[in-house]
Design a protein around this ligand. Structure first.
Ligand SMILES: C[S@@+](CC[C@H](N)C(=O)[O-])C[C@H]1O[C@@H](n2cnc3c(N)ncnc32)[C@H](O)[C@@H]1O
Length: 270
């Protein structure tokens, strides 16, 4: 039985290094933004928290600091890259098929996973996460808006860089869509969370990155992990190689994809 359609779930073994670079790059790009969001909304010292699909992010560790008397669980189908911490219960867990570890969470954080699920699974998972919140509890859903086509701010040859980024944008978009990924989910999450009764507040973030920094290592590593799929979707092997070389060039400057953080608060019931 197929339990997950996660695009990177069946990456070939020889792309493990790129997969690790990809998860580290996501943490480097987005952890500061997620941390700011957590500080903005506030976390009770005794909060029960769940981080779904933690990857290599430090979000669970941030929650452990903010909730010194709380309980912090972090899940993923693959815990190999996940950071160990004495206060965090790391649980190997498939959010699509396994029951949630507990319920009654004051805060649930899920970043860059739901877009990868087919619509029926995404809706079912979102509903279960909302149902697992305490009254007044928070569900934070964070996703990218895919905008690779317009990333380049400066490059040794800006027109050629634009061409390579546009080729990546087209091919990666086709690969994502072909795997069930919803490219509108990054913003539509707001609507879906409202429809489930949450009061939702959305903030955006982007950053500027030079070649070799996390915002460039993300597409560098992603293109390595899904090289065959990008080729099948029309990006030539030569363009993939040129794109990856460019992403390490110190004279490349890009803006990262817009990240949206949707903070949904459950009704208090009073
Ligand atoms: C794009 S990465 C994001 C990682 C992390 N949330 C971040 O933003 O840095 C997606 C993560 O979801 C995990 N994942 C994929 N399918 C999953 C599932 N069905 N249940 C739990 N985790 C899953 C992957 O192993 C991976 O760590």
């Amino acid at each position: 039985m197929t339990t997950s359609t996660y695009l990177f779930g069946d990456a070939p073994p020889d792309t493990r290094d790129d997969n690790a670079v990809m998860l580290d790059a996501l943490a480097g790009m987005l952890d500061p933004f997620s941390r700011r969001q957590l500080r903005r909304v506030g976390v009770r010292a005794d909060a029960r928290c769940l981080v779904v699909a933690v990857g290599a992010s430090c979000i669970a560790a941030t929650l452990a600091e903010m909730a010194p008397h709380g309980d912090i669980a972090a899940t993923d189908i693959d815990l190999t890259p996940s950071r160990r911490h004495p206060r965090i219960r790391l649980i190997r867990h498939n959010i699509v098929t396994d029951p949630l570890p507990d319920d009654g969470y004051d805060l649930i954080h899920v970043r860059l996973l739901l877009a990868h699920l087919p619509t029926d699974q995404r809706t079912a998972v979102l509903t279960r996460l909302v149902d697992a919140l305490t009254p007044g509890g928070l569900l934070i859903v964070e996703e990218f808006e895919p905008t690779w086509r317009s990333s380049v701010l400066s490059a040794p040859d800006p027109d050629e860089a634009d061409r390579l980024f546009a080729a990546y944008h087209r091919a990666f978009g086709a690969v994502l869509t072909g795997s069930g990924n919803d490219l509108t989910w990054g913003r539509r999450a707001h609507h879906a969370m409202r429809a489930l009764g949450l009061h939702v507040d959305t903030n955006g973030h982007t950053g500027t990155w030079t070649g070799g920094q996390p915002g460039c290592l993300l597409p560098y590593a992603t293109a390595g992990v899904i090289r065959d799929r990008l080729t099948a979707a029309g990006m030539t092997p030569d363009d993939i190689d040129a794109f990856r070389t460019l992403l390490l060039h110190p004279d490349l400057v890009v803006k990262g994809n817009l990240a949206l953080s949707h903070v949904g608060r459950a009704p208090t019931g009073s």
